[in-house]
Design a protein around this ligand. Sequence first.
Ligand code: COA
Length: 332
Amino acid sequence: MHAARAQVVAVGSALPERRLSNAELAARLDTSDEWIVSRTGIRERRVCEPGQGLITLAEPAARRCLEKAGVAADTLDGIIVATITGDMVMPATANLLQHRLGAARAWAFDLLNACNGFVAALANAATWIESGRAKRILVVGGDVMSSLIDWKDRNTCVLFGDGCGAVLVEAGSADGNGIIGFELHSDGGPASELCVPCSGSAMPPTAEALARGDHFLKQNGKMVFTHAVRRMAEVATSLMRTHGLGAADVDLVVPHQANLRIIEPTAERIGVPMSKVVVNLDRLGNTTAATIPLALADAEADGRLRPGSRVLLVAFGGGLTWGALYMKWGRG
Ligand code: COA
């Protein structure tokens, strides 16, 4: 047993003001509300103004989280921001956040694990805390997907939205609430099935690359869909088996919000009814690293997430990468 257990004690969130409905998209593209709702479950999403960086959402999300926890920023040991759409490749958005919050003692780095980013960052924070090397870490999941998608491509633009959530992770007693286990996986084989070709050293942003639209997200939707359904159920089941858990040990499932047609079979395969599954993609779409903390914030606001709630997180994303995490929420 570890000397300390990593407790997730508070959540904060921030969304852009602007709502973008399916009807608005249907007015500019060859699509329809009926198609988008029946294929994905998404009705609207929030989008940033052009040029609005992730930090503009990360800072209010972090401040709300710290305020709820009753914790001052200068007591943080570390900040991890999970994102694929940081303000810049360098510096990390975590550094910008560290400065804005006045978290003078905290180390800070970004973590790039696409839609599994928040689960991977939370697992990372848990490991720091269980090792005794940190006592208090702010974990942020946020993405400005509107900056990465081709608004003329109906295959992708209807799916995504912008948002950010933050949780505070603290050292607690080894047999109290907190993160009990997690499991992470990667498979780089099908990497090109979901990628942004012109976004790094392999393809610098030349005029030709930009003219081709290679700086936009590309995906093989069907292939990603099939993998997501299989992998999310697989990793959740495996984690539950490792810890001897049955469906009755789960009060709330908080899955990555990509498509209702991915979430429903995942719940069915792990034997948990949809009444225990948090779904907010109808209002927010797929916000990549932000989906899970935004869903935690919603569940807390509507009273479904309370201290002691037994929560299963499960995610899948580009990489490919996938993971699950089981915890008892809150201090105690
Ligand atoms: N409106 C209308 N038609 C659309 C459309 C839209 N917004 N987007 C795609 N289509 C069309 C395609 O052009 C294609 O037409 P064609 O058959 O004439 O070529 C057809 O719809 C595709 O239909 P289908 O393949 O049956 O769609 P689907 O049921 O696989 O749903 C996705 C497509 C993208 C919603 C689905 O594959 C998906 O959710 N994939 C996973 C995406 C994801 O989660 N990515 C993030 C990773 S975490």
